[in-house]
Structures are given as C-alpha cells and as structure tokens.
Design a binder for this molecule. Structure first.
Ligand code: C2E
Ligand code: MG
Ligand code: MG
Ligand code: MG
Length: 286
C-alpha cells in the first residue's frame, strides 16, 4: 500500500502499518459506540498526605472494558479519541460522571476532598468548554471546591487563549494541576506564569528515586521551584515505602500510587475515606 504525500513524493508503508491502521479504525468505531452507549466507567485513585496517610483527594481515571476486545488501557484509546475528537463527548461524559460522584460522596458525608478529572488539551481547545463545565456543575449540583482539573503541560502551551480559559476555570473555584510535570516543555522560568495550583511530579522521576541520585536531584529542584512560586506539589507513581520516605525528606508532602491504592471502583474507594491509608515507620520523624 502506498500513499502520496503533499510534496508529491511516494512512500511505502512499512510492514505492519496497514494492520495498525485497521486496528485504529476498529478502535475508533468501537470507541464511538461505547461512548454513545455509556460503556465506559471511572475508577478512582486516592491521593494521600505522605506523612499521615490521610486521603486528601481522588483522581478519576476512565476505563473501557469492551465485550469482545477486553480491557483497553487509556494510553491506547485516549490518543485515538483525541485525534478523532471523540474526546469531546468522552470528556464530557467523564466530567459529568466524576462531578456526579463527587456530589454523591459529599451527600453521603464523605470528605470534603477534591475529585480530580483529567482533561485533554483537545477538550480545552473547544471554545464551548467553559459552558460545558458550568452546565455540568449546575446539573450535578456539585460545588467547585470539590473539583480539580488535571492538564498536561501541553495544555498550558504558550497560547493566550488556552491560558485565559484555564484562568476562567480557576475563577470558578476549580483547582488546576499540571499533570506529568517534567516530561513536557515548560522551562523553570516559565512556570510562574502558569495559571495552576499544583504540580504533579511525573512518575518517571519517582520510579527510581530510591536508586538514582539524579532523580532525587530533579525532584528536589521541582519541589524547591514549587515552593518558590507558591504551588502545591504531589508525586505520582509511589509504589514503595522507600520512595515515600525519600519524597518526604525532599519536602514533598503529597503522593499517589500503588503503594497506597490502585485505582478502584467508587465503592472500594469508600473504605479508605475518613481512614488513614498506609503510613510508614519514619513518618513521625519527617
Ligand atoms: P495520568 O493522568 O498521569 O494518570 C496516572 C496513571 O498512572 C494512571 O494510569 C494510573 O493508573 C497510573 N498509576 C497510578 N499509580 C501508579 C503506580 O504506583 N505505578 C504505576 N506504574 N502506575 C500508576 P491509567 O489509568 O492507565 O491512565 C493513563 C493516562 O490516561 C492518564 O495518565 C491520563 O493521561 C489518561 N487518562 C486517564 N483517564 C482519563 C480521562 O478521563 N480523560 C483524559 N483526557 N485522559 C485520561
Ligand atoms: Mg492525571
Ligand atoms: Mg500523570
Ligand atoms: Mg499520564
């Protein structure tokens, strides 16, 4: 199979690309159907205070369990959803579902804690996003002090319209965090211009933090930076006690990861609420 490019040149597909394209088309069609039929659900992962182990919030993570294809991870279908704009209805569903769940937890006496919702830059680019958010807040009756939105650095790209939109979201009382921090293109000097409340340190720096001094130095620099510009900081992907201890010693007070809990159903999450998750044996000294 060959395809002509804009320049008039002709390029052979590499072996396997046609199959990949087919898989993508299949995924696209199935995803469109699943969003339409409501065949997605959300899991929630606790965010904790590293010292006390107390739950401080949860992150909503979308799940797609296809009847024939099985579980498809978000890293596989979110990019397809972004390219095809399916992320618009999908993201709207996620917002509505997570806001509804936040309201339910509030009504049932849990919390207060924020429910964080991942938002794609593609969603943020939609001029109607503010209207969508406001409508969903009204429909679900949730107050904005219970909602957080996670955006990756690309959403903060140096574009006035995008940053203006993020400011409007924050003006509603919703907090905004920068997801996967350290993997994008923000320079350190640029960070103070960003309309955000929290930096989420990417798990690639946490994974080997107990083994690698460079990762420790990077995390230290991020924490110092966050303190300097008055941003809150949380570490993602904490899997071991050792990592939690080092993070605390580096001045990071919040974390999230398998060590505390994997993402789970809302019901399973409730058993953590109002309880401490894991603390570690050094927590009194930190
Ligand atoms: P993310 O927002 O950075 O979410 C963190 C990911 O790390 C989640 O993967 C979570 O399950 C995983 N994780 C949490 N703790 C640990 C740990 O200790 N170790 C390891 N190895 N992994 C951990 P998940 O659920 O597969 O989501 C992957 C990505 O897909 C998310 O990264 C986010 O970018 C995207 N995503 C998920 N749900 C949504 C959504 O509703 N909307 C949008 N736009 N994107 C979403
Ligand atoms: Mg996230
Ligand atoms: Mg992340
Ligand atoms: Mg990510």
């Amino acid at each position: 199979i060959a395809r002509t490019h804009g320049g008039g040149g002709c390029e052979m597909y590499q072996h396997g690309t046609a199959a990949k394209t087919l898989e993508r088309i299949l995924l696209e069609n199935e995803l469109r159907k699943s969003v339409h039929l409501g065949h997605l659900h959300l899991d929630y992962q606790p965010k904790v205070n590293l010292k006390t182990g107390k739950l401080i919030g949860v992150e909503a993570l979308v799940r797609w369990n296809h009847p024939d294809l099985g579980r498809i991870p978000p890293d596989k279908f979110i990019p397809v959803a972004e390219e095809t704009k399916i992320i618009i209805p999908l993201g709207e569903w996620v917002l509505r579902e997570a806001c509804g769940q936040a309201k339910k937890w509030q009504d049932n006496g849990y919390g207060p804690f924020r429910v964080a919702i991942n938002m794609s830059a593609v969603q943020l680019e939609e001029p109607t996003i503010l209207h969508t958010i406001k409508t969903i807040l009204e429909e679900t009756g949730v107050t904005t002090d219970l909602i957080e939105i996670e955006l990756t650095e690309s959403a903060f790209a140096n574009r006035e319209d995008m940053q203006g939109r993020i400011r409007e979201i924050r003006a509603l009382g919703i907090t905004v965090s920068i997801d996967d921090f350290g993997t994008g293109y923000s320079t350190f000097s640029y960070i103070k211009e960003l309309p955000a409340d929290t930096i989420k340190i990417d798990m690639s720096f946490v994974r080997d933090i107990h083994l690698n001094e460079d990762s420790q130095a990077i995390v230290k620099a991020i924490v110092t930076l966050a303190d300097t510009v008055g941003l809150n900081v949380i570490a993602e992907g904490v899997e071991y006690e050792e990592q939690a201890v080092i993070l605390m010693n580096l001045g990071c007070r919040e974390g999230q990861g398998y060590y505390y809990s994997k993402p789970t159903s809302p019901d399973a999450c409730e058993q953590f609420m109002g309880k401490r998750l894991k603390t570690n044996k050094y927590s009194d000294t930190c």
